[in-house]
Design a protein around this ligand. Structure first.
Ligand SMILES: Nc1nc2c(ncn2[C@@H]2O[C@H](COP(=O)(O)OP(=O)(O)OP(=O)(O)O)[C@@H](O)[C@H]2O)c(=O)[nH]1
Ligand SMILES: [Mg+2]
Length: 252
């Protein structure tokens, strides 16, 4: 595992809009191959790659820390360590549990079932403990989402990029229930299922979810996919994990 900068991911432009600063860069494909050996040296080159791939990552660069151990997911009540949890939300079927399995184990996902309540997952290493809390996305569980905002260090909002018909519903929950509850909480949107044909690019998802209107908070938008049987983490999942670990280390 390596840091974003070490991975050769290059910031190609900086845009400030609505008080939010993004560093925008690309990753080469949706197939999960991290092109760490290829230097990306200029906005023109990166733009070319973006056009080729139809994918981009918008993140704020961070140094990464290695993960040396992981604890298996378990059903549990959320821990009461205020402001330290990574809260993982999103509509049912978006891929939250699948992503957490990959983030925690670094390996292929096991069969996943819809989360009926909470799903607590930890990443542990000698001097680092990252605690994720997924709350299931079914309609009857969504009223619980907001209750855990106050304990969160970061909100990770997972979207199924292959289901554009559900974007308006996701947007409504995101803006009017979650972001409204904490105007400062950093937000990481994972545009998941980028492997599926016809999945929405993160540029389009940015617009569909009106992410330019998320307020005065740090925003990360990353295209991801997880596939059963794939031994390697996709580059987007690696980027997400690196950023999350860095934010936990920094304490926001
Ligand atoms: N093709 C593809 N399938 C995915 C991806 N991520 C998840 N899936 C599949 O989507 C289905 C739902 O995934 P889950 O991880 O259970 O989704 P969830 O967001 O946890 O759903 P709830 O727990 O019901 O809120 C499963 O069949 C996964 O295998 C992805 O990136 N690509
Ligand atoms: Mg789940």
């Amino acid at each position: 595992m390596f840091g974003l900068r070490e991975a050769g991911v290059l910031a190609v432009s900086v845009a400030a809009a609505g008080g939010i600063a993004y560093l925008i860069w690309n990753y080469a494909s949706s197939t999960g191959e991290r092109k760490s050996e290829e230097p990306r040296d200029g906005a023109g080159e990166a733009e070319r790659r973006r056009e080729e791939a139809g994918r981009k990552v918008e993140v704020i660069p961070a140094q990464a820390a290695p993960v040396v151990g992981a604890k298996a997911p378990e059903q549990s009540q959320p821990a009461d360590s205020a402001g330290t949890q990574v809260l993982v939300l999103g509509l049912d079927g978006a891929g939250k549990t699948s992503l957490l399995q990959h983030l925690a184990s670094g390996g292929p996902e096991q069969d996943v079932q819809p989360t009926q309540g909470f799903n607590a997952v930890s990443i542990n290493r000698e001097d680092l403990h990252v605690e994720f809390l997924e709350i299931g996305g079914k309609e009857d569980l969504r009223p619980y989402w907001q209750r855990y905002m106050s304990k969160a260090l970061l909100l990770v909002f997972v979207v199924d990029s292959s289901s554009p018909q559900r974007f308006p519903l996701a947007k409504t929950h995101l803006h009017y229930e979650l972001l409204a509850a904490d105007p400062r909480l950093p937000l990481m949107v994972l545009a998941n299922k980028q492997d599926l044909p016809g999945s929405c690019s993160i540029t389009d998802l940015h617009d569909a979810l009106s992410l330019s209107e998320v307020g005065d908070r740090r925003l990360f938008l990353i295209g991801t996919h997880v596939k059963k049987g794939e031994a390697e983490l996709s580059s987007g999942v690696q980027d997400a994990r690196d950023l999350i670990i860095q934010m936990v280390c920094d304490g926001r």
